[in-house]
Design a protein around this ligand. Structure first.
Ligand code: SF4
Length: 376
């Protein structure tokens, strides 16, 4: 079983908080799509004959692709993916691209799940973040996708904006719930270095939301969604029963994946490969018949730490028996010793041979995980 990720690094404009690798120059898009198709042909052997169980088109903005470009991508993927045995094919979309003709075009592809970057249902939030859509456009876009039969659909929201109130955040959550989307991801606004938002804060033009308000918003998020039947299955992710994101869950479970495109990451269980974060460098290498990725070999320590980090983020927690089998008795004993103070304080629970972060521990989850890391 393996995953396939395809990075589409093109956006119509730049949102102020974004530090993802993407370009607003669409003139290279056609050539880029052809390069991704060639990369797949060059690297399909890295899948080791495993069944591709999930495919994810992320970005950037995959919904900026034309029908012809989608056609070429799916044509190339069909040589590698048995769509009838593929559980989930997710496509990230922006609300303003989701026209009736775009949705109709997607319905003719194997895409069976959409992930929409809504971020807020408040027009002043959207204008501040320099999103291209309005709240009304987002609502129409979600409804259009649901009516077209995309019942497996997710939206992203951001909280902790400067000046955002708890009531404003609650209104966003109620709107999301009332639309009936079965999956929701919510992130607190981050000030990533060198973004426009980061520069605004440096110049004193915006004031960061204080930690107490941000934590209250996180609490409100959990309460509101759980009270409407969503399961909080990962720190930032909520789903109706059974409708969790399989592709991302496979990442957290350490399932190997092949990432195609500029800046895409791949992982085969022992080694991580990172493609160049430059459209030119990426395309030039592919056109010469090679892939210019950087390789990083995992060590037993880094794999152990990765297991702690990814498992504890999810509601399934850390399987201690599997930890012992994979990393030995000494590491498992160390992990439990480090966990003990958090178990006693109620921040971790240890049941059914699994360690899980409790609700009380969610707010300090980074500290808990780093206490369990193996440091030489
Ligand atoms: S649309 Fe997404 S990837 Fe593009 S700039 Fe905005 S946040 Fe970044």
């Amino acid at each position: 079983m393996a995953g396939l990720y395809i990075h589409i690094p093109f956006c119509a404009s730049r949102c102020i908080y974004c530090d993802f690798f993407s370009s607003t120059d669409s003139s290279l898009r056609g050539g880029y799509v052809d390069a991704v198709c060639r990369e797949l042909a060059l690297r399909r052997g890295e899948l080791g004959g495993e069944r591709v169980s999930t495919v994810y088109f992320g970005g950037g903005t995959p919904s900026t692709l034309s029908a012809g470009e989608c056609d070429r991508l799916f044509g190339a993927l069909s040589a590698v993916v048995d769509w009838s045995a593929c559980d989930e094919v997710t496509f990230e979309v922006n609300p303003d691209d989701v026209t009736p003709s775009f949705v109709a075009m997607l319905r003719d592809t194997p895409v069976n799940r959409l992930s929409m970057g809504v971020q807020s249902f408040d027009d002043s939030d959207l204008a501040f973040l320099r999103r291209r859509h309005t709240a009304r456009a987002a609502i129409e876009a979600v409804n259009r996708c649901l009516e077209a039969g995309y019942n497996n659909m997710s939206i992203d929201l951001i909280y902790g904006l400067p000046g955002q109130s708890l009531d404003g955040w609650q209104r966003n959550l109620r709107q999301a719930v009332s639309l009936g989307v079965p999956h929701l991801s919510a992130y607190s606004l981050m000030y990533e270095e060198h973004t426009a938002l980061w520069r605004m804060r440096e110049r004193g033009e915006v004031e960061e939301c204080d930690e107490e308000t941000s934590l209250s918003m996180f609490e409100r998020l959990i309460d509101e969604l759980e009270s409407h039947g969503y399961e909080h299955y990962e720190i930032s992710n909520f789903a109706r029963p059974g409708l969790y994101a399989r592709h991302n869950t496979a990442y957290w479970q350490g399932v190997p994946y092949l990432g195609l495109g500029a800046a895409a990451h791949s992982y085969d269980g022992r080694c991580r490969r990172v493609n160049p974060s430059s459209l030119w460098a990426y395309m030039e290498a592919i056109n010469e018949g090679c892939v210019a990725y950087a390789e990083e070999r995992e060590t037993s320590d880094s794999l152990y730490n990765e297991r702690i980090l990814t498992s504890l983020r999810t509601c399934w927690g850390l399987d201690m028996k599997r930890l012992e089998t994979d990393f030995g008795e000494e590491r498992a004993r160390y992990c439990l010793k480090q966990a003990r103070p958090h178990i006693e304080a109620g921040r971790l629970a240890f049941t059914d041979e699994r360690l899980r972060i409790t609700r009380a521990g969610l707010f300090t989850s980074d500290d808990i995980m780093s206490d369990l890391f193996w440091v030489d």
